[in-house]
Design a protein around this ligand. Structure first.
Ligand SMILES: [Fe+2]
Length: 245
């Protein structure tokens, strides 16, 4: 094969094996959502991520008015506390915070008038109810996009309402929403059907980025094991956006 044939590959989005250096979906700020509850939990998880080669963490506490009414102020304050603790413990790793926004009526009514914590410039991480497809889903995704946000849908493979017919993934994918799969989904950690959906997305190259979605140390350790598998290597062959964030 000549050098020009290399560029004519029929799999344009496959690149050389790469290492995952950036994790941008996790719940590591202690005590403000259903993730880490103590600073010790936070440190343990960050140490584990670092040992797996992660150099930059963009942690994303839930902002969900009914359950976790976090604000940018609460999140920034906790982030500073975590940074200080990392420094006190000689742990050198870059850490920032954004949020995982729950798409509900409250969010729709308020997002234009509140500060949105984005990832890098205009990436916004969103999630929906797991069981029922929100009737306003297409509209809110479109609204966010025309407001200038690059919308990342957290773990599409975990929404029950998409699992009855995988063709629904294509419809969402074609709206330009970015798909972020959870590493844990590929291991079967959540359920066999979620694993099947994650592999379907991988096979069809519908994974833009991956996230740890770490809430507790069991998640970090399970991801550590997964990183030794062939499936993980297949995933890394996709041109994931992680390291550009
Ligand atoms: Fe999450």
């Amino acid at each position: 094969m000549g050098i020009f044939d290399f560029f004519k590959s029929d799999k344009p989005n496959e690149i050389a094996d790469t290492t995952l250096k950036v994790d941008f979906h996790s719940h590591l700020l202690p005590g403000i959502d259903d993730g880490c509850q103590t600073m010790e939990d936070t440190l343990e998880n960050i140490r584990e991520l670092q040992s797996q080669g992660i150099e930059k963490i963009l942690t994303t506490p839930h902002i969900f008015k009914e359950l976790y009414p976090n604000t940018p102020e609460i999140i920034r304050e906790k982030l500073e506390l975590v940074r200080k603790t990392l420094k006190d413990n000689d742990l050198q790793i870059e850490i920032h915070a954004a949020a995982e926004y729950y798409l509900d009526e409250w969010f729709i009514q308020n997002f234009k008038n509140m500060e949105i914590l984005t990832i890098k410039d205009k990436y916004i991480l969103v999630e929906t109810n797991y069981m029922e497809r929100p009737h306003f889903l297409q509209e809110i995704l479109f609204e966010l996009q025309i407001s200038g946000y690059k919308v990342i849908l957290a773990h599409p493979e975990r929404y029950n309402y998409l699992l009855s017919d995988f063709r629904q993934f294509e419809d969402l994918f074609n709206t330009g929403v970015l798909f972020q799969c959870n590493l844990l989904s590929f291991t079967g950690y959540y359920s066999p059907v979620i694993k099947k959906a994650a592999h379907y997305l991988l096979k069809n190259k519908m994974v833009h980025m991956v996230g740890s979605d770490i809430h507790k140390i069991k998640h970090s350790k399970t991801i550590g094991q997964f990183k030794k598998t062939k499936e993980y290597k297949d995933l890394m062959k996709l041109n994931l956006l992680n390291n550009s964030l």
